[in-house]
Design a protein around this ligand. Structure first.
Ligand code: NCD
Ligand code: ZN
Length: 348
């Protein structure tokens, strides 16, 4: 029997849209299924000022049809030179919704990020004063810390001391990948939330490493062992409003993924909602999908929930999603969840 569920149109609270030809090729997938997205600022050069964010926003809108209802929610890239008052002003003026903290060297285009958190305390204090959220890539980059431990060490060494020092600052731990991250968010009393990606609910580290190296499953933070994936799934379907969707859809061309030093990122914009419906159905928690994709994030960012709806249909036969999309920079592989997808977002 065909099954269908209608939910409030989702938002994506962590998204990479890139720029230029890549932006033109990928923006439409997100705009088709999501009303809003928090747009990550890790361009080259990064989006550091309100003017940068305004200009980037215009490039995003120009990449979409004029009748689109999609509303990009812009962010600033935190550097050790960011100006506290300018950052707070860009928030007050409604140009940006949040600031993104990348520890220098943690991920794609993060070399302008933060080396020493103490250097940016004046910016963080100014943000706390105006209620501006900080989105955090929560991994340390110390060479002597194992890559699978970097999230936990970040919580202990950076995040927890920061929250003790500045409890008023609203923080989103982006793309949490460990049970340590889940437990830490759950133990917090206020001002802490987390995004969860689609792919981290589906793959563990075996996907990357077993049976040959699989660069299209390599992303940062890197997928962890199975017990962590299960903790992420439990949090996603729990109905706890501190956990919401941030796909972290991060397109790179196949040429840049399939090389000796391949880029990190999974491109999920095209099949995120069908994959999530599959996951929530598997957990027997389809009724919790709407909160996770369409309510909790909006509430956290103090934005109204969307009025529009989408309908997800479960077909009798697997849906044939493209395995890659063509961009002006070359083909980009679409995330393969390694299961048949029966769900589809019905055309509006
Ligand atoms: C992201 C990218 O490519 O911009 N990559 C990724 O693996 N998630 C950066 C990031 O969010 O870490
Ligand atoms: Zn990201």
């Amino acid at each position: 029997m065909t099954k269908r569920i209608t939910i409030t149109k989702p938002d994506d609270w962590h998204l990479h849209l890139r720029d230029g030809d890549m932006l033109k090729a990928v923006a439409g997938y997100t705009a088709a299924y999501f009303s809003r997205a928090i747009i990550m600022p890790n361009l080259v050069p990064p989006v550091v000022t309100g003017e940068d964010a305004n200009a980037y926003r215009q490039r995003i809108m120009a990449a979409l049809p004029s009748e689109t209802g999609f509303q990009p929610q812009m962010t600033l890239y935190l550097t050790e030179d960011s100006e506290p008052q300018a950052v707070a002003q860009a928030y007050r003026d409604g140009i940006v919704k949040a600031v993104k903290l990348y520890p220098a060297g943690a991920t794609t285009n993060s070399h302008n990020g933060v080396r020493d958190i103490l250097q940016v305390m004046p910016v963080l204090e100014a943000m706390a004063e105006v209620g501006m959220p900080l989105c955090v890539h929560g991994e340390v980059t110390d060479a002597d810390v194992d890559i699978f431990d970097r999230e936990k060490v970040f919580i202990d060494k950076v995040l927890d001391p920061l929250r003790a020092e500045l409890p008023e600052l609203k923080i989103v731990m982006e793309h949490v990948t460990t049970s340590d991250g889940i437990d830490y968010v759950k133990s917090s009393k206020q001002n802490l939330a987390a995004t969860l990606t689609v792919h981290h609910l589906i793959i563990n580290r075996n996907a990357i490493l077993v049976g040959g190296i699989k660069p299209h499953y390599y992303c940062l933070p890197v997928a962890k062992r199975e017990s962590h994936r299960l903790a992420l799934r439990a949090a996603a379907v729990s109905g706890d409003e501190r956990f919401f969707l941030g796909t972290d859809s991060a397109p790179h061309t196949d040429a840049n993924k399939e090389m000796a030093c391949g880029c990190a990122g999974c491109f999920t914009a095209l099949n995120a909602m069908p994959c999530l419906a599959h996951v929530f159905e598997e957990e027997d928690r389809l009724e919790a999908l709407e909160g996770f994709t369409s309510q909790f994030g909006a509430d956290w960012y103090k934005l109204p929930r969307n009025d529009d709806k989408i309908t997800l249909v479960r077909h009798e036969q697997p849906v044939d999603y493209p395995s890659s999309v063509m961009t002006g920079e070359g083909p980009v592989t679409v995330f393969d969840p390694m299961f048949d997808i029966y769900w589809e977002v019905e055309a509006q």
